[in-house]
Design a binder for this molecule. Structure first.
Ligand SMILES: C[C@@](CO)(OP(=O)(O)O)[C@H](O)COP(=O)(O)OP(=O)(O)OC[C@H]1O[C@@H](n2ccc(N)nc2=O)[C@H](O)[C@@H]1O
Ligand SMILES: Nc1ncnc2c1ncn2[C@@H]1O[C@H](COP(=O)(O)OP(=O)(O)O)[C@@H](O)[C@H]1O
Length: 292
């Protein structure tokens, strides 16, 4: 059996800089990955069994194992790539432990698709490079290539032009989701300003204080619009702000928000305080992983 982590993706900064003719938005985003996420396992199944998916975990009920699941879509994409190269791949049994809230701005579905590509690339012995996997993954979703890379990066274009950081400090963080799912297309559609300034020159981010100071100069241009569509986002931002973090912001198109702290203990204390006040929210202390 082969296991792959599907780490939560955090947009530390997300600037919307324009819109293409096909309606997709141009972005300039700083992305880090958390040490928590979903877990994907794959194993060879009996002949004739095809590709199957079972879903377990705390957020399994929000998802079906039907063909529109990004895990199955990714598996079929890779199967087709293998067939084009003349390789008939064996049936595979896939299992997804769904630990991340669905449609929540931390790329759970995209991370699952990326983990599927990495896992089946190994199971099927395809030997595709990470670059090749990232390239073939873009039709699955704009966020999938960055999740294939899985290390801190800046992404431009529609989010698929990737510039990994050679140096990037880790950070102690807290993720808070107030239990509402937000539609990414709805947030983009409701934007009133689309031609915003990009992130500009990025300094050396190898020092944690420098990283947080720089991120503080950036924005999430989707935050105000998402909070209008889902007012619980403003409640979650206020709750994190109340715990005296170094920085509070929303990730992606929401509704998950994050706080950055100067220690793991501070993030844990903040988590306890918010969970006590909002027992129905998803509250998760974590570490953002540094560049390797
Ligand atoms: C906003 C971001 C930021 O990282 O994250 P999430 O909130 O999804 O986590 C991403 O751009 C989301 O990427 P992803 O969720 O993969 O997007 P896709 O499936 O390709 O597109 C869903 C829809 O979002 C809109 N979309 C997405 C990406 C983009 N650069 N411009 C867009 O306008 C389009 O309406 C598109 O039809
Ligand atoms: N494996 C999956 N995990 C999560 N969502 C999935 C998955 N497969 C398909 N989806 C669909 O993709 C959409 C976006 O989900 P997700 O990636 O969790 O959003 P976000 O990137 O905003 O966190 C959801 O509406 C969901 O129904």
């Amino acid at each position: 059996m082969i296991a792959e982590a599907a780490s939560a993706k955090i947009n530390l900064a997300l600037h919307v800089t324009g819109r293409r003719d096909d309606g997709y938005h141009l972005l300039d985003t700083l992305v880090a990955f958390a040490d928590i996420g979903d877990r994907l396992t794959v194993e060879t199944a009996a002949a004739g069994a095809g590709i199957s998916l079972e879903i377990t975990g705390p957020f399994a009920k929000g998802l079906s194992g039907a063909d529109d699941n990004l895990v199955l879509a990714a598996a079929r994409t890779l199967e087709a790539v293998a067939a084009k190269r003349g390789k008939l791949v064996p049936p595979a049994r896939l299992s997804l432990e769904k630990n991340l809230p669905v449609a929540s701005g931390i790329g759970g579905g995209s991370a699952d698709a990326a983990a599927t590509l990495r896992a089946l690339n190994r199971l099927w012995g395809l030997d595709l490079s990470a670059e090749a996997l990232a390239e073939l993954s873009a039709p699955l979703g704009a966020d999938v290539p960055m999740c294939v890379v899985g290390h801190p990066l800046r992404a431009t274009g529609i989010g698929t032009d990737l510039h990994p950081f050679a140096a990037f400090a880790g950070a102690d963080a807290l993720l808070v989701n107030p239990g509402v799912s937000v539609s990414t297309p709805a947030v983009f559609k409701a934007l009133t300003a689309r031609d915003n300034a990009g992130i500009g020159a990025v300094p050396d981010l190898s020092d944690r204080e420098a990283l947080i100071a720089f991120v503080a100069t950036c924005r999430n241009d989707l935050e105000a619009t998402a909070a209008k569509l889902a007012p619980a986002i403003a409640d979650a931002l206020a709750a994190v702000d109340n715990t005296a973090p170094l920085l509070t912001r929303m990730s992606g198109s929401g509704a998950t928000v994050f706080g950055l702290y100067d220690s793991a203990e501070a993030a844990k204390r903040a988590a306890e305080a918010i969970a006590a006040e909002h027992p129905e929210w998803w509250v998760m202390p974590t570490k953002l992983m540094p560049a390797v």
